[in-house]
Each structure stands twice: as structure tokens, then as C-alpha cells.
Design a protein around this ligand. Structure first.
Ligand code: NAD
Ligand code: SER
Length: 338
């Protein structure tokens, strides 16, 4: 039976990935880890919360990570703990430390577990790793659509950590045989946990405002077009990649995965068509986040992911807007009435 550790478990992706993995593998087999207990849980270290096992730890602390992996007999790590693009520009030293050293600790521990266990009984107990890269690995020199074998040209500290992380993953795979797999996620849209300091966060904020019948001031220009993806597609891509046979994989840096490509104005229009009273969206671009968005491609070429492990997105913009508005309106109504 799989024993999984998810770092960054309280975040936008982690909170939904933990739930999806627990549904597959059983609650006790999936351990969350983050700087804090999951929302709603009592504070404390190493705790089994009401929703399942969870470790309070900092991924920069290698010993804490090692203890968690050993105590829970972990064989798969989904390493999501990270600072994102906008928060990384506010704290570039911390972004480098968390994103790069956190990943190196996970890869070192995965490598060590495989070597130690292999020596003891000859069996393959190596730890598998999933680690996400991002469209932030690309930049102005990349071009659109961004190819799989792209010119990586990051303009942010976050993007720099993604590029170095991609090559670190490939190195550990080639040199030490660590089974590490990755995706270059586009901007992710979800209705569950809020996004955590990224440039594509505007899309979630806009959906929430439309569902709550509020006006919204967007921090990007209306014509800004970026690669985006709805969370159910992102979770499926993640799980499908980890389920794929190792011999099918040709990219050990990170796979491009495409789904949607829309402008801020196109999203606002799709939401206005679904909001009973219409939707008032204004634009006041924030220079720093606009510059970051302008450095990213509008679309990606994901043919290798389609060929190697059958990637196929399911949500278009209309389906995303329907689903987001439905969930957010229901949540808002129950909050107002409750
Ligand atoms: P998020 O900001 O919502 O969550 C990150 C989590 O990591 C937070 O809960 C935070 O508390 C935790 N964390 C931060 N520093 C930590 C530390 N030192 N030790 C332990 N935990 C720490 O981010 P997310 O959107 O869930 O992203 C998860 C991963 O996916 C990241 O690697 C991110 O770069 C990548 N990604 C996300 C998107 C997106 O649109 N959400 C797009 C591309 C790539
Ligand atoms: N959604 C992320 C961000 O905006 C991209 O990695 O930072």
C-alpha cells in the first residue's frame, strides 16, 4: 500500500491533492505537511488531525523531513511547499531557500532511502517524488506556444528556482536513479483553498467576486493572455503522470501541460454571462505583476505529455466558469445564511 507525504499540504493545490489521494489510498496512508496545522485543526507539532495525519514542519529543516518520512514509512512525496511568483519577488532570499533547498532535501532523502533499503534486503524501496515546475520557467526568449524543449528564460526569483529545480530533478534521476516526475503547471483556478501569492491569482479572485455579486478590480490588463487550467484537470494530470510507467516518460525535467488560454477580459465576460446581475470588472494593472505576466507565454505545446502518458484536458472556459460560479455561489449562500 502506498504511503504518501504531501508538503505544502495547506496550499491551493495541496489541500485538494491530499483529499484526492486520501480517497484513493485511505486517510491514514496520506500525511500532510506544512508550516502550520491544516485550517480548523488545533495547533501543535506532529498531529493526527480530524481530517488525517499531518506534520507541522519547515521543508528547509532536513532532519524534520527525514523524521516524517521515516516515521510514516513514506514511499511517495508530492513536494508542493513553495513561495510563488509574486510573494517570491517580495522575499527572494526566502524563495530561493524554501524552493531550492526544500527540493534538494526531498531529493537527497529519496536517494538515501533507496540506497539504504536496497542495501538491506535488495528490494526496491526507493521513494518516488512529484515536484511541480511552472510556466514561470519560461520568459520572453521562449516564444509562444512554449515548446517542451524550450529556451528557459525566467524573469523572477520564483522562475529561477523552477529552472534550477527542473535540472536538479533530472540530475537526480540520471545520476542516482531517483524516480522524480514533474509538470509545468499553468495558472491554476480552483474554488476550494485560496491561491497563495501568484500572478495568476486574479482569476480566482475574479470568479469569487462575480459569484458574490461584487465588483472586481483586476491587477492585470484586460488583454493579458496566459495558460491556465482548472484544478480537477491539474489533479488528474498529477495523478496520471505518477501512474504512468517509468519507461514511457521522456521528460525528467517537467512536462508542459496545456488546457486553457484566456485573457482577463475573456474570463470577466464568461463570468458576466453567468452572474444573475451581471459583473462589473475594472482594470488597474499592478506594474510588478503585469511585468511578470507579460514575460510568460500565452500557450504551451504539450504534445509530449499527450504522447507519453495520454494527457488530455477536460475543462474549457465555459465549463470552468459554470463550475466555479456554482461552487462559489453555494459556499457564499451558506455562509450568509449560516
Ligand atoms: P500555495 O502558496 O497555495 O501553497 C504553498 C504551501 O507551502 C503553503 O501552504 C505554505 O504554507 C507552504 N510552505 C511555504 N513555505 C514552506 C516551508 N518552508 N515549509 C513547509 N511548507 C511551506 O501554492 P500552490 O498554488 O498550492 O502551489 C504548490 C506548488 O505548485 C508550488 O511548487 C508552486 O510553485 C506550483 N505551481 C502552482 C501554480 C498555481 O497556479 N497554483 C502554478 C504553477 C506551479
Ligand atoms: N500560478 C503561479 C504564479 O502565478 C505560476 O506558477 O505564480
Amino acid at each position: 500500500m502506498q504511503r504518501v507525504l504531501v508538503t505544502g499540504a495547506n496550499g491551493q493545490i495541496g489541500s485538494e491533492l491530499v483529499a484526492a489521494l486520501r480517497e484513493r489510498a485511505g486517510v491514514e496512508h496520506v500525511v500532510g505537511a506544512d508550516l502550520r496545522p491544516p485550517p480548523g485543526a488545533p495547533a501543535g507539532n506532529g498531529s493526527a488531525t480530524a481530517s488525517g495525519p499531518h506534520e507541522v514542519l519547515d521543508v528547509r529543516d532536513r532532519a524534520a523531513l527525514e523524521r516524517a518520512m521515516r516515521e510514516h514509512h513514506v514511499d511517495t512525496v508530492f513536494h508542493l511547499a513553495s513561495l510563488l511568483s509574486a510573494s517570491g519577488e517580495e522575499a527572494p532570499d526566502r524563495a530561493w531557500d524554501v524552493n531550492t533547498n526544500g527540493l534538494k532535501h526531498v531529493l537527497d532523502l529519496a536517494r538515501a532511502c533507496g540506497e539504504n533499503e536496497g542495501r538491506r534486503d535488495g528490494a526496491d524501496h526507493s521513494v518516488r517524488v512529484f515536484w511541480p515546475s511552472s510556466i514561470a520557467a519560461f520568459g520572453p526568449a521562449t516564444g509562444t506556444p512554449a515548446p517542451q524543449q524550450a529556451v528557459l528564460d525566467p524573469q523572477t526569483m520564483y522562475g529561477v528556482t523552477k529552472v534550477s529545480g527542473e535540472f536538479l530533478c533530472r540530475y537526480y534521476h540520471q545520476k542516482y536513479g531517483v524516480d522524480v516526475r514533474g509538470l509545468r503547471y499553468p495558472g491554476l483556478v480552483s474554488h476550494a483553498a485560496p491561491p497563495g501569492g501568484g500572478t495568476t491569482d486574479y482569476a480566482v479572485e475574479m470568479c469569487r467576486a462575480a459569484a458574490e455579486e461584487r465588483s472586481y478590480t483586476c491587477f492585470l490588463e484586460p488583454a493579458t493572455r496566459l495558460p491556465m487550467m482548472y484544478m480537477p484537470d491539474a489533479l488528474r494530470a498529477t495523478l496520471d503522470l505518477m501512474d504512468a510507467p517509468a519507461e514511457a516518460l521522456t521528460a525528467r525535467t517537467s512536462y508542459n501541460v496545456g488546457a486553457l488560454s484566456f485573457t482577463a477580459a475573456e474570463l470577466a465576460e464568461a463570468l458576466a454571462a453567468r452572474a444573475p446581475g451581471g459583473f462589473d470588472c475594472r482594470y488597474e494593472p499592478d506594474p510588478e505583476r503585469q511585468q511578470i505576466a507579460d514575460s510568460w507565454p500565452a500557450t504551451v505545446d504539450d504534445q509530449p505529455a499527450r504522447d507519453d502518458w495520454g494527457w488530455q484536458p477536460q475543462y474549457d472556459l465555459g465549463a470552468l466558469a459554470d463550475d466555479m460560479i456554482g461552487h462559489l455561489q453555494a459556499g457564499f449562500k451558506s455562509k450568509v445564511e449560516g
